[in-house]
Design a protein around this ligand. Structure first.
Ligand SMILES: Cc1cc2nc3c(=O)[nH]c(=O)nc-3n(C[C@H](O)[C@H](O)[C@H](O)COP(=O)(O)OP(=O)(O)OC[C@H]3O[C@@H](n4cnc5c(N)ncnc54)[C@H](O)[C@@H]3O)c2cc1C
Ligand SMILES: NC(=O)c1ccc[n+]([C@@H]2O[C@H](COP(=O)([O-])OP(=O)(O)OC[C@H]3O[C@@H](n4cnc5c(N)ncnc54)[C@H](OP(=O)(O)O)[C@@H]3O)[C@@H](O)[C@H]2O)c1
Length: 512
Protein backbone atom coordinates (compact mmCIF):
# COMPACT_ATOMS: atom_id res chain seq x y z
CA UNK A 1 0.00 0.00 0.00
CA UNK A 2 1.24 3.45 -0.88
CA UNK A 3 1.35 5.94 2.00
CA UNK A 4 1.36 8.92 -0.31
CA UNK A 5 -1.50 11.36 -0.20
CA UNK A 6 -2.93 11.30 -3.75
CA UNK A 7 -2.14 14.51 -5.58
CA UNK A 8 -4.63 14.15 -8.45
CA UNK A 9 -8.25 14.68 -7.29
CA UNK A 10 -10.77 11.86 -7.80
CA UNK A 11 -12.84 14.05 -10.13
CA UNK A 12 -9.92 14.96 -12.44
CA UNK A 13 -10.49 13.82 -16.05
CA UNK A 14 -8.36 10.66 -15.84
CA UNK A 15 -9.09 6.96 -15.62
CA UNK A 16 -8.09 5.15 -12.42
CA UNK A 17 -4.95 3.83 -14.14
CA UNK A 18 -3.97 7.27 -15.35
CA UNK A 19 -4.60 8.79 -11.91
CA UNK A 20 -2.50 6.13 -10.20
CA UNK A 21 0.36 6.66 -12.62
CA UNK A 22 0.17 10.44 -12.32
CA UNK A 23 0.08 10.31 -8.52
CA UNK A 24 3.20 8.17 -8.51
CA UNK A 25 4.95 10.38 -11.00
CA UNK A 26 4.09 13.61 -9.23
CA UNK A 27 5.16 12.17 -5.91
CA UNK A 28 8.51 11.18 -7.37
CA UNK A 29 8.89 14.52 -9.10
CA UNK A 30 7.82 16.80 -6.29
CA UNK A 31 9.05 14.99 -3.23
CA UNK A 32 11.99 12.64 -3.24
CA UNK A 33 11.41 11.70 0.38
CA UNK A 34 7.82 10.67 -0.31
CA UNK A 35 8.97 8.79 -3.38
CA UNK A 36 11.33 6.90 -1.12
CA UNK A 37 8.34 5.99 1.03
CA UNK A 38 6.65 4.42 -2.01
CA UNK A 39 9.80 2.54 -2.86
CA UNK A 40 9.96 1.20 0.66
CA UNK A 41 6.30 0.24 0.69
CA UNK A 42 6.10 -1.62 -2.62
CA UNK A 43 7.92 -4.84 -3.54
CA UNK A 44 11.36 -3.91 -4.84
CA UNK A 45 11.66 -4.33 -8.60
CA UNK A 46 15.19 -4.89 -9.67
CA UNK A 47 16.70 -2.94 -12.58
CA UNK A 48 19.85 -4.87 -13.52
CA UNK A 49 20.53 -2.43 -16.37
CA UNK A 50 20.60 0.56 -14.00
CA UNK A 51 24.38 0.91 -14.08
CA UNK A 52 26.05 3.74 -16.02
CA UNK A 53 29.09 1.52 -16.58
CA UNK A 54 27.18 -0.86 -18.89
CA UNK A 55 27.07 -0.27 -22.64
CA UNK A 56 23.76 0.54 -24.31
CA UNK A 57 23.66 -2.93 -25.90
CA UNK A 58 24.27 -4.64 -22.56
CA UNK A 59 21.59 -2.54 -20.88
CA UNK A 60 19.03 -3.33 -23.58
CA UNK A 61 19.88 -7.02 -23.39
CA UNK A 62 19.28 -7.01 -19.63
CA UNK A 63 15.87 -5.39 -20.13
CA UNK A 64 14.85 -7.76 -22.92
CA UNK A 65 11.35 -9.11 -22.36
CA UNK A 66 10.47 -6.50 -19.72
CA UNK A 67 7.53 -4.09 -20.20
CA UNK A 68 8.00 -1.24 -22.65
CA UNK A 69 8.67 1.40 -19.97
CA UNK A 70 11.53 -0.70 -18.60
CA UNK A 71 13.13 -1.29 -22.02
CA UNK A 72 12.94 2.46 -22.62
CA UNK A 73 14.53 3.02 -19.22
CA UNK A 74 17.43 0.74 -20.19
CA UNK A 75 18.17 3.04 -23.14
CA UNK A 76 18.82 5.98 -20.75
CA UNK A 77 22.34 6.74 -19.49
CA UNK A 78 21.39 5.44 -15.98
CA UNK A 79 22.88 8.44 -14.20
CA UNK A 80 19.62 9.68 -12.64
CA UNK A 81 21.23 13.07 -13.12
CA UNK A 82 17.96 14.95 -13.44
CA UNK A 83 19.04 16.87 -16.55
CA UNK A 84 15.95 15.59 -18.40
CA UNK A 85 13.79 16.82 -15.53
CA UNK A 86 13.01 13.25 -14.42
CA UNK A 87 14.88 10.18 -13.20
CA UNK A 88 15.80 7.50 -15.77
CA UNK A 89 12.83 5.41 -14.63
CA UNK A 90 10.25 8.21 -14.63
CA UNK A 91 11.38 9.66 -17.99
CA UNK A 92 10.90 6.20 -19.52
CA UNK A 93 7.50 5.84 -17.89
CA UNK A 94 6.42 9.25 -19.16
CA UNK A 95 7.46 8.26 -22.71
CA UNK A 96 5.70 4.92 -22.47
CA UNK A 97 2.40 6.50 -21.44
CA UNK A 98 2.62 9.33 -23.93
CA UNK A 99 2.86 11.99 -21.20
CA UNK A 100 6.25 13.02 -22.58
CA UNK A 101 6.93 13.25 -26.29
CA UNK A 102 10.53 14.44 -26.51
CA UNK A 103 13.03 11.63 -27.12
CA UNK A 104 16.13 13.81 -26.79
CA UNK A 105 16.11 14.80 -23.14
CA UNK A 106 18.78 12.36 -21.92
CA UNK A 107 21.83 14.65 -22.16
CA UNK A 108 24.48 12.15 -20.97
CA UNK A 109 23.05 9.45 -23.28
CA UNK A 110 23.29 11.88 -26.20
CA UNK A 111 22.41 10.76 -29.71
CA UNK A 112 22.99 7.08 -28.93
CA UNK A 113 20.14 7.12 -26.41
CA UNK A 114 17.93 9.36 -28.56
CA UNK A 115 18.27 7.01 -31.52
CA UNK A 116 17.59 3.92 -29.40
CA UNK A 117 14.48 5.58 -27.96
CA UNK A 118 13.28 6.48 -31.45
CA UNK A 119 13.67 2.88 -32.65
CA UNK A 120 12.01 1.47 -29.56
CA UNK A 121 9.07 3.87 -29.84
CA UNK A 122 8.65 3.06 -33.54
CA UNK A 123 8.88 -0.70 -32.90
CA UNK A 124 6.28 -0.53 -30.17
CA UNK A 125 3.79 1.46 -32.21
CA UNK A 126 1.58 4.12 -30.62
CA UNK A 127 1.62 4.60 -26.86
CA UNK A 128 -0.84 2.24 -25.16
CA UNK A 129 -4.09 3.63 -23.81
CA UNK A 130 -4.69 5.45 -21.63
CA UNK A 131 -3.04 8.39 -23.35
CA UNK A 132 -3.30 11.25 -20.91
CA UNK A 133 -6.13 13.69 -21.45
CA UNK A 134 -3.87 16.55 -20.46
CA UNK A 135 -0.23 15.96 -21.36
CA UNK A 136 1.95 16.82 -18.42
CA UNK A 137 5.02 18.67 -19.66
CA UNK A 138 6.90 17.59 -16.61
CA UNK A 139 10.40 18.92 -16.79
CA UNK A 140 9.35 22.34 -17.90
CA UNK A 141 7.90 22.93 -14.44
CA UNK A 142 11.16 24.15 -12.94
CA UNK A 143 13.60 24.26 -15.84
CA UNK A 144 11.54 26.53 -18.01
CA UNK A 145 10.54 28.86 -15.21
CA UNK A 146 14.02 29.97 -14.15
CA UNK A 147 14.58 32.94 -11.87
CA UNK A 148 17.26 35.56 -12.23
CA UNK A 149 20.30 35.25 -9.99
CA UNK A 150 23.00 37.88 -9.93
CA UNK A 151 26.38 36.50 -11.02
CA UNK A 152 28.94 37.76 -8.49
CA UNK A 153 32.10 36.21 -9.95
CA UNK A 154 34.15 33.10 -10.68
CA UNK A 155 37.40 32.92 -8.75
CA UNK A 156 40.04 30.50 -10.03
CA UNK A 157 40.75 27.82 -7.44
CA UNK A 158 43.85 26.38 -9.12
CA UNK A 159 47.21 28.00 -8.55
CA UNK A 160 49.65 29.26 -11.21
CA UNK A 161 50.99 26.45 -13.38
CA UNK A 162 47.95 24.16 -13.11
CA UNK A 163 46.67 22.35 -16.21
CA UNK A 164 43.12 22.90 -14.95
CA UNK A 165 40.80 25.85 -14.54
CA UNK A 166 38.31 25.15 -11.77
CA UNK A 167 36.25 28.10 -10.54
CA UNK A 168 34.52 29.03 -7.31
CA UNK A 169 31.35 30.57 -8.73
CA UNK A 170 29.11 32.80 -6.60
CA UNK A 171 25.52 33.83 -7.32
CA UNK A 172 23.64 36.38 -5.28
CA UNK A 173 20.05 35.13 -4.81
CA UNK A 174 18.66 37.73 -2.41
CA UNK A 175 16.30 39.24 -4.99
CA UNK A 176 15.43 36.01 -6.83
CA UNK A 177 13.88 34.34 -3.76
CA UNK A 178 15.53 31.01 -4.58
CA UNK A 179 15.64 28.38 -1.88
CA UNK A 180 17.89 25.36 -1.74
CA UNK A 181 19.21 22.66 0.54
CA UNK A 182 22.58 20.97 0.63
CA UNK A 183 22.71 18.17 -1.95
CA UNK A 184 20.65 20.18 -4.49
CA UNK A 185 22.04 21.36 -7.82
CA UNK A 186 21.71 24.69 -9.57
CA UNK A 187 20.56 24.69 -13.20
CA UNK A 188 22.12 27.43 -15.31
CA UNK A 189 20.76 28.67 -18.62
CA UNK A 190 23.99 29.59 -20.41
CA UNK A 191 24.76 31.61 -23.54
CA UNK A 192 26.85 30.30 -26.44
CA UNK A 193 30.26 31.81 -27.11
CA UNK A 194 29.89 34.94 -29.32
CA UNK A 195 32.92 34.06 -31.49
CA UNK A 196 31.39 30.67 -32.29
CA UNK A 197 28.03 32.31 -33.06
CA UNK A 198 29.75 34.84 -35.35
CA UNK A 199 31.63 32.07 -37.18
CA UNK A 200 28.37 30.14 -37.78
CA UNK A 201 26.59 33.27 -39.03
CA UNK A 202 29.47 34.05 -41.36
CA UNK A 203 29.52 30.51 -42.80
CA UNK A 204 25.78 30.71 -43.42
CA UNK A 205 26.35 33.92 -45.37
CA UNK A 206 23.92 35.68 -43.03
CA UNK A 207 24.11 39.07 -41.29
CA UNK A 208 22.82 37.99 -37.87
CA UNK A 209 20.18 40.71 -37.76
CA UNK A 210 17.56 38.62 -39.63
CA UNK A 211 14.44 37.96 -37.52
CA UNK A 212 13.60 34.30 -36.89
CA UNK A 213 10.97 32.37 -34.92
CA UNK A 214 12.74 30.36 -32.24
CA UNK A 215 11.98 26.87 -30.87
CA UNK A 216 10.98 28.51 -27.55
CA UNK A 217 8.23 30.52 -29.23
CA UNK A 218 10.09 33.83 -29.20
CA UNK A 219 10.94 35.95 -32.23
CA UNK A 220 14.51 37.26 -32.21
CA UNK A 221 17.46 38.15 -34.35
CA UNK A 222 19.42 35.19 -35.73
CA UNK A 223 22.42 36.19 -33.58
CA UNK A 224 20.31 36.15 -30.41
CA UNK A 225 18.67 32.86 -31.42
CA UNK A 226 22.08 31.18 -31.87
CA UNK A 227 23.38 32.76 -28.66
CA UNK A 228 20.52 32.07 -26.28
CA UNK A 229 18.05 29.56 -27.68
CA UNK A 230 19.55 27.09 -30.17
CA UNK A 231 21.89 24.19 -29.47
CA UNK A 232 24.62 24.83 -32.04
CA UNK A 233 27.07 22.56 -30.20
CA UNK A 234 25.17 19.32 -30.77
CA UNK A 235 22.99 19.84 -33.86
CA UNK A 236 19.89 17.64 -33.74
CA UNK A 237 19.32 14.89 -36.31
CA UNK A 238 16.44 17.01 -37.65
CA UNK A 239 18.83 19.95 -38.25
CA UNK A 240 21.32 17.66 -40.01
CA UNK A 241 18.48 16.41 -42.21
CA UNK A 242 17.63 20.01 -43.08
CA UNK A 243 21.27 20.54 -44.10
CA UNK A 244 21.15 17.31 -46.17
CA UNK A 245 17.95 18.31 -47.93
CA UNK A 246 19.38 21.73 -48.78
CA UNK A 247 22.80 20.63 -50.06
CA UNK A 248 22.83 20.70 -53.88
CA UNK A 249 26.08 18.71 -53.89
CA UNK A 250 24.91 15.05 -53.96
CA UNK A 251 27.91 13.77 -52.05
CA UNK A 252 27.37 16.35 -49.29
CA UNK A 253 23.69 15.55 -49.17
CA UNK A 254 24.23 11.79 -48.89
CA UNK A 255 26.95 12.08 -46.26
CA UNK A 256 24.82 14.46 -44.18
CA UNK A 257 21.84 12.09 -44.47
CA UNK A 258 24.07 9.22 -43.27
CA UNK A 259 25.12 11.35 -40.30
CA UNK A 260 21.51 12.25 -39.47
CA UNK A 261 20.56 8.58 -39.56
CA UNK A 262 23.51 7.59 -37.37
CA UNK A 263 25.18 5.28 -39.91
CA UNK A 264 28.26 3.63 -38.41
CA UNK A 265 31.35 5.30 -39.87
CA UNK A 266 29.51 8.49 -40.91
CA UNK A 267 31.75 11.53 -40.40
CA UNK A 268 32.52 14.00 -38.97
CA UNK A 269 31.62 12.43 -35.63
CA UNK A 270 30.42 14.59 -32.73
CA UNK A 271 30.37 17.61 -35.01
CA UNK A 272 29.06 20.97 -33.95
CA UNK A 273 27.12 23.12 -36.42
CA UNK A 274 30.27 24.96 -37.50
CA UNK A 275 32.04 21.63 -38.24
CA UNK A 276 29.15 20.66 -40.54
CA UNK A 277 29.06 24.01 -42.33
CA UNK A 278 32.83 23.76 -42.89
CA UNK A 279 32.73 20.10 -44.05
CA UNK A 280 29.68 20.57 -46.32
CA UNK A 281 29.94 24.04 -47.85
CA UNK A 282 27.08 23.43 -50.27
CA UNK A 283 24.63 22.91 -47.39
CA UNK A 284 23.08 26.33 -46.91
CA UNK A 285 19.46 25.98 -45.76
CA UNK A 286 16.99 28.85 -45.33
CA UNK A 287 17.73 30.35 -41.93
CA UNK A 288 14.23 29.84 -40.52
CA UNK A 289 14.22 26.19 -41.52
CA UNK A 290 17.54 25.61 -39.77
CA UNK A 291 16.59 27.48 -36.60
CA UNK A 292 13.30 25.56 -36.32
CA UNK A 293 15.11 22.22 -36.65
CA UNK A 294 17.90 22.89 -34.15
CA UNK A 295 17.32 21.62 -30.62
CA UNK A 296 17.11 23.99 -27.68
CA UNK A 297 20.18 25.05 -25.75
CA UNK A 298 19.57 23.11 -22.53
CA UNK A 299 20.53 24.27 -19.05
CA UNK A 300 23.50 22.60 -17.28
CA UNK A 301 23.44 21.44 -13.67
CA UNK A 302 26.06 22.18 -11.01
CA UNK A 303 26.19 20.68 -7.51
CA UNK A 304 25.71 23.40 -4.94
CA UNK A 305 28.87 23.93 -2.88
CA UNK A 306 27.38 25.98 -0.03
CA UNK A 307 24.87 25.62 2.78
CA UNK A 308 22.09 28.23 2.96
CA UNK A 309 22.63 28.19 6.73
CA UNK A 310 26.22 29.36 6.32
CA UNK A 311 26.03 31.51 3.20
CA UNK A 312 22.88 33.57 3.39
CA UNK A 313 21.53 35.01 0.14
CA UNK A 314 24.09 33.28 -2.06
CA UNK A 315 24.79 30.03 -3.89
CA UNK A 316 28.32 28.72 -4.44
CA UNK A 317 29.36 26.33 -7.21
CA UNK A 318 32.62 24.60 -8.14
CA UNK A 319 32.90 24.59 -11.92
CA UNK A 320 35.60 22.99 -14.09
CA UNK A 321 36.01 25.10 -17.25
CA UNK A 322 35.94 22.68 -20.17
CA UNK A 323 38.39 23.51 -22.97
CA UNK A 324 39.87 21.16 -25.56
CA UNK A 325 40.92 21.05 -29.17
CA UNK A 326 39.26 19.04 -31.95
CA UNK A 327 39.79 19.10 -35.72
CA UNK A 328 42.32 21.90 -35.30
CA UNK A 329 39.84 24.20 -33.59
CA UNK A 330 39.73 25.23 -29.93
CA UNK A 331 36.45 24.22 -28.26
CA UNK A 332 34.77 25.44 -25.11
CA UNK A 333 32.11 23.84 -22.95
CA UNK A 334 29.10 26.15 -23.26
CA UNK A 335 28.05 26.63 -19.66
CA UNK A 336 31.35 26.07 -17.87
CA UNK A 337 33.18 28.71 -19.92
CA UNK A 338 30.15 31.01 -19.84
CA UNK A 339 30.61 31.03 -16.04
CA UNK A 340 34.42 31.01 -16.07
CA UNK A 341 35.08 33.67 -18.69
CA UNK A 342 32.03 35.32 -20.22
CA UNK A 343 29.39 36.17 -17.62
CA UNK A 344 29.98 39.76 -16.51
CA UNK A 345 29.87 40.35 -12.73
CA UNK A 346 26.49 41.79 -11.85
CA UNK A 347 24.74 40.09 -14.79
CA UNK A 348 21.38 38.43 -14.20
CA UNK A 349 21.54 34.76 -15.19
CA UNK A 350 18.42 32.54 -15.41
CA UNK A 351 18.81 29.69 -12.92
CA UNK A 352 16.68 27.10 -11.12
CA UNK A 353 17.17 24.73 -8.22
CA UNK A 354 17.11 21.04 -9.11
CA UNK A 355 16.19 19.16 -5.95
CA UNK A 356 18.46 16.25 -5.14
CA UNK A 357 17.06 12.75 -5.41
CA UNK A 358 17.87 11.89 -1.83
CA UNK A 359 21.56 12.88 -1.99
CA UNK A 360 21.75 14.73 1.32
CA UNK A 361 23.01 14.60 4.87
CA UNK A 362 21.60 11.97 7.24
CA UNK A 363 18.92 13.32 9.51
CA UNK A 364 20.78 11.95 12.54
CA UNK A 365 23.37 14.60 13.31
CA UNK A 366 25.50 12.09 15.19
CA UNK A 367 25.87 9.68 12.23
CA UNK A 368 29.40 9.50 10.81
CA UNK A 369 29.78 10.37 7.13
CA UNK A 370 32.45 9.41 4.59
CA UNK A 371 32.64 11.72 1.56
CA UNK A 372 34.55 10.77 -1.58
CA UNK A 373 34.78 13.72 -3.96
CA UNK A 374 37.75 14.24 -6.26
CA UNK A 375 37.85 17.33 -8.50
CA UNK A 376 34.57 19.21 -8.70
CA UNK A 377 33.00 16.22 -6.92
CA UNK A 378 34.01 17.96 -3.70
CA UNK A 379 31.33 20.65 -4.22
CA UNK A 380 28.43 19.09 -2.29
CA UNK A 381 30.80 18.04 0.50
CA UNK A 382 31.89 21.62 1.10
CA UNK A 383 28.15 22.29 1.48
CA UNK A 384 27.70 19.28 3.80
CA UNK A 385 30.54 20.48 6.05
CA UNK A 386 29.16 24.02 6.24
CA UNK A 387 25.74 22.59 7.07
CA UNK A 388 27.02 20.22 9.75
CA UNK A 389 28.92 23.08 11.40
CA UNK A 390 25.85 25.34 11.27
CA UNK A 391 23.70 22.56 12.76
CA UNK A 392 26.27 21.80 15.43
CA UNK A 393 26.13 18.18 14.23
CA UNK A 394 28.34 15.97 16.38
CA UNK A 395 28.83 13.16 13.82
CA UNK A 396 32.35 12.48 12.56
CA UNK A 397 33.23 13.64 9.03
CA UNK A 398 35.82 12.03 6.73
CA UNK A 399 36.71 13.55 3.37
CA UNK A 400 38.66 11.93 0.52
CA UNK A 401 39.71 14.54 -2.02
CA UNK A 402 41.88 14.16 -5.10
CA UNK A 403 43.04 16.13 -8.10
CA UNK A 404 46.10 16.39 -10.32
CA UNK A 405 48.75 18.18 -8.22
CA UNK A 406 48.89 19.12 -4.53
CA UNK A 407 50.66 22.43 -5.09
CA UNK A 408 48.21 23.67 -7.73
CA UNK A 409 44.95 21.76 -7.53
CA UNK A 410 44.04 21.31 -3.86
CA UNK A 411 40.63 23.00 -4.18
CA UNK A 412 39.54 24.90 -1.04
CA UNK A 413 42.78 23.79 0.65
CA UNK A 414 42.77 26.44 3.38
CA UNK A 415 39.13 25.79 4.28
CA UNK A 416 39.51 22.04 4.50
CA UNK A 417 42.81 22.24 6.39
CA UNK A 418 41.16 24.64 8.86
CA UNK A 419 38.22 22.24 9.29
CA UNK A 420 40.71 19.45 9.88
CA UNK A 421 42.60 21.49 12.49
CA UNK A 422 39.48 22.55 14.36
CA UNK A 423 38.03 19.02 14.28
CA UNK A 424 35.02 19.46 12.00
CA UNK A 425 36.85 17.15 9.61
CA UNK A 426 37.81 14.16 11.70
CA UNK A 427 39.85 12.88 8.78
CA UNK A 428 41.09 14.51 5.58
CA UNK A 429 42.81 12.22 3.07
CA UNK A 430 44.04 13.35 -0.33
CA UNK A 431 45.28 11.65 -3.50
CA UNK A 432 47.12 13.80 -6.05
CA UNK A 433 47.18 11.82 -9.25
CA UNK A 434 50.11 13.43 -11.06
CA UNK A 435 52.60 14.14 -8.26
CA UNK A 436 54.32 10.80 -9.00
CA UNK A 437 54.98 8.65 -12.06
CA UNK A 438 52.04 6.31 -11.54
CA UNK A 439 48.51 7.72 -11.31
CA UNK A 440 47.34 7.66 -7.71
CA UNK A 441 43.61 8.09 -7.06
CA UNK A 442 41.24 8.44 -4.09
CA UNK A 443 40.42 4.73 -4.22
CA UNK A 444 44.12 3.92 -3.74
CA UNK A 445 44.14 6.08 -0.61
CA UNK A 446 40.92 4.41 0.55
CA UNK A 447 42.55 0.99 0.23
CA UNK A 448 45.40 2.19 2.46
CA UNK A 449 42.81 3.02 5.14
CA UNK A 450 40.60 0.00 4.55
CA UNK A 451 40.47 -1.14 8.19
CA UNK A 452 39.36 2.30 9.45
CA UNK A 453 36.85 2.63 6.61
CA UNK A 454 35.34 -0.72 7.52
CA UNK A 455 35.21 0.28 11.19
CA UNK A 456 33.36 3.52 10.31
CA UNK A 457 30.89 1.53 8.19
CA UNK A 458 30.30 -0.86 11.08
CA UNK A 459 29.62 2.18 13.26
CA UNK A 460 26.82 3.32 10.94
CA UNK A 461 28.67 5.66 8.58
CA UNK A 462 26.87 7.03 5.54
CA UNK A 463 28.95 6.85 2.34
CA UNK A 464 28.82 9.47 -0.40
CA UNK A 465 30.52 9.63 -3.81
CA UNK A 466 30.32 12.66 -6.10
CA UNK A 467 32.04 13.49 -9.39
CA UNK A 468 32.81 12.01 -12.80
CA UNK A 469 31.05 8.72 -13.66
CA UNK A 470 34.25 6.77 -14.45
CA UNK A 471 35.69 7.70 -11.06
CA UNK A 472 32.48 6.71 -9.25
CA UNK A 473 32.53 3.29 -10.93
CA UNK A 474 36.13 2.64 -9.89
CA UNK A 475 35.52 3.86 -6.34
CA UNK A 476 32.49 1.59 -6.14
CA UNK A 477 34.66 -1.39 -7.20
CA UNK A 478 37.27 -0.42 -4.59
CA UNK A 479 34.58 -0.29 -1.90
CA UNK A 480 33.45 -3.82 -2.80
CA UNK A 481 37.07 -5.03 -2.53
CA UNK A 482 37.52 -3.27 0.82
CA UNK A 483 34.30 -4.73 2.24
CA UNK A 484 35.19 -8.23 0.98
CA UNK A 485 38.61 -8.17 2.58
CA UNK A 486 37.76 -6.41 5.82
CA UNK A 487 34.45 -8.22 6.32
CA UNK A 488 35.99 -11.56 5.27
CA UNK A 489 33.32 -12.24 2.70
CA UNK A 490 33.13 -13.13 -0.99
CA UNK A 491 33.01 -10.42 -3.66
CA UNK A 492 29.35 -11.31 -4.24
CA UNK A 493 28.52 -10.93 -0.56
CA UNK A 494 30.44 -7.63 -0.44
CA UNK A 495 28.45 -6.36 -3.44
CA UNK A 496 25.23 -7.38 -1.68
CA UNK A 497 26.42 -5.60 1.50
CA UNK A 498 26.98 -2.37 -0.46
CA UNK A 499 23.60 -2.88 -2.14
CA UNK A 500 21.99 -3.18 1.27
CA UNK A 501 23.66 0.06 2.39
CA UNK A 502 22.25 1.73 -0.74
CA UNK A 503 18.82 0.31 0.13
CA UNK A 504 19.11 1.91 3.59
CA UNK A 505 20.17 5.16 1.86
CA UNK A 506 23.55 4.90 3.55
CA UNK A 507 25.41 4.67 0.23
CA UNK A 508 24.56 7.57 -2.11
CA UNK A 509 26.13 8.70 -5.36
CA UNK A 510 25.81 11.89 -7.40
CA UNK A 511 27.69 11.33 -10.65
CA UNK A 512 27.99 13.07 -14.00
C1 LIG B 1 23.76 16.53 -11.25
C2 LIG B 1 24.97 17.12 -11.90
C3 LIG B 1 25.85 17.85 -11.16
C4 LIG B 1 27.00 18.41 -11.76
N1 LIG B 1 27.85 19.13 -10.99
C5 LIG B 1 28.95 19.68 -11.55
C6 LIG B 1 29.85 20.44 -10.76
O1 LIG B 1 29.67 20.61 -9.54
N2 LIG B 1 30.91 21.01 -11.37
C7 LIG B 1 31.15 20.84 -12.71
O2 LIG B 1 32.14 21.40 -13.22
N3 LIG B 1 30.32 20.10 -13.48
C8 LIG B 1 29.22 19.55 -12.93
N4 LIG B 1 28.36 18.82 -13.71
C9 LIG B 1 28.63 18.75 -15.16
C10 LIG B 1 28.00 19.99 -15.84
O3 LIG B 1 26.59 19.91 -15.75
C11 LIG B 1 28.34 20.11 -17.32
O4 LIG B 1 28.05 18.89 -17.95
C12 LIG B 1 29.79 20.46 -17.58
O5 LIG B 1 30.12 21.71 -16.98
C13 LIG B 1 30.02 20.60 -19.09
O6 LIG B 1 29.09 21.50 -19.59
P1 LIG B 1 29.49 22.58 -20.70
O7 LIG B 1 28.21 23.26 -21.14
O8 LIG B 1 30.59 23.43 -20.23
O9 LIG B 1 30.05 21.68 -21.86
P2 LIG B 1 29.28 21.23 -23.18
O10 LIG B 1 29.20 22.35 -24.13
O11 LIG B 1 28.01 20.55 -22.78
O12 LIG B 1 30.30 20.19 -23.74
C14 LIG B 1 30.46 18.92 -23.13
C15 LIG B 1 30.74 17.95 -24.25
O13 LIG B 1 32.03 18.22 -24.78
C16 LIG B 1 32.60 17.04 -25.27
N5 LIG B 1 33.95 16.90 -24.69
C17 LIG B 1 34.31 17.13 -23.43
N6 LIG B 1 35.65 16.94 -23.27
C18 LIG B 1 36.10 16.58 -24.49
C19 LIG B 1 37.38 16.23 -24.98
N7 LIG B 1 38.45 16.26 -24.18
N8 LIG B 1 37.49 15.89 -26.29
C20 LIG B 1 36.42 15.87 -27.10
N9 LIG B 1 35.18 16.19 -26.68
C21 LIG B 1 35.02 16.54 -25.39
C22 LIG B 1 31.71 15.90 -24.84
O14 LIG B 1 30.93 15.55 -25.95
C23 LIG B 1 30.84 16.51 -23.78
O15 LIG B 1 29.58 15.93 -23.74
C24 LIG B 1 27.23 18.23 -13.13
C25 LIG B 1 26.33 17.49 -13.88
C26 LIG B 1 25.22 16.94 -13.29
C27 LIG B 1 24.28 16.16 -14.13
N1 LIG C 1 39.25 18.96 -20.98
C1 LIG C 1 39.18 19.87 -20.03
O1 LIG C 1 39.56 21.00 -20.20
C2 LIG C 1 38.59 19.50 -18.72
C3 LIG C 1 38.94 20.22 -17.59
C4 LIG C 1 38.37 19.88 -16.39
C5 LIG C 1 37.44 18.86 -16.32
N2 LIG C 1 37.09 18.16 -17.42
C6 LIG C 1 36.04 17.13 -17.34
O2 LIG C 1 35.06 17.58 -16.43
C7 LIG C 1 34.65 16.54 -15.55
C8 LIG C 1 34.91 16.86 -14.08
O3 LIG C 1 36.22 17.36 -13.90
P1 LIG C 1 36.85 17.45 -12.47
O4 LIG C 1 37.85 18.53 -12.44
O5 LIG C 1 35.77 17.42 -11.48
O6 LIG C 1 37.56 16.09 -12.22
P2 LIG C 1 38.45 15.17 -13.09
O7 LIG C 1 39.07 15.89 -14.22
O8 LIG C 1 37.64 13.98 -13.36
O9 LIG C 1 39.68 14.81 -12.07
C9 LIG C 1 39.74 14.87 -10.66
C10 LIG C 1 40.76 13.86 -10.16
O10 LIG C 1 40.25 12.56 -10.33
C11 LIG C 1 41.25 11.78 -10.99
N3 LIG C 1 40.65 10.68 -11.72
C12 LIG C 1 40.55 10.49 -13.06
N4 LIG C 1 40.00 9.30 -13.33
C13 LIG C 1 39.77 8.71 -12.14
C14 LIG C 1 39.22 7.45 -11.77
N5 LIG C 1 38.80 6.57 -12.67
N6 LIG C 1 39.12 7.17 -10.47
C15 LIG C 1 39.51 8.06 -9.53
N7 LIG C 1 40.05 9.25 -9.82
C16 LIG C 1 40.16 9.58 -11.12
C17 LIG C 1 41.97 12.76 -11.87
O11 LIG C 1 43.22 12.25 -12.22
P3 LIG C 1 43.91 12.39 -13.65
O12 LIG C 1 43.27 13.57 -14.34
O13 LIG C 1 45.35 12.62 -13.34
O14 LIG C 1 43.66 11.12 -14.37
C18 LIG C 1 42.08 13.93 -10.93
O15 LIG C 1 43.14 13.73 -10.05
C19 LIG C 1 35.42 15.33 -15.99
O16 LIG C 1 34.54 14.57 -16.80
C20 LIG C 1 36.58 15.86 -16.79
O17 LIG C 1 36.96 14.98 -17.83
C21 LIG C 1 37.67 18.46 -18.62
Amino acid sequence: MSHIAPLIPENAPFTAAQRAWLNGWLAAYLSPSEATAVAAATPVEDFPWHDPALSLDERLRLADGRPRARVLMAAMAQLDCGQCGYLCQTYAEALATGAEMSLTRCAPGGKETARALKELMEDAGPAPPPALATPVSAPSVVRHMPRPARFAGALRLNREGSAKDTRHVVFDIVEGGLEYEVGDSLGIHPANCPELVDAVIERLGARGSEDVDCPDGSRRSLREAFTLVCDIGRPSDAAIEVLASRAPDRDHSQRLQALAEGYPGAEPVEADLLDLLIAFPSARPPLQELVSALGRLEPRLYSIASSPKAVRGAVHLTVAALRYEKRGRKRKGVASTFLAERAPPGAEVPVFVQKSHGFGLPEQDDAPIIMIGPGTGVAPFRAFLQERRARGAAGRNWLFFGDQRAAQDFLYEEEFEAYHRDGLLTRLDTAFSRDQDERFYVQHRMREHAAELWAWMQEGAHLFICGAAAMAKDVDAALVAIIARQGRMSAGAARAHLGALAGERRYLRDVY
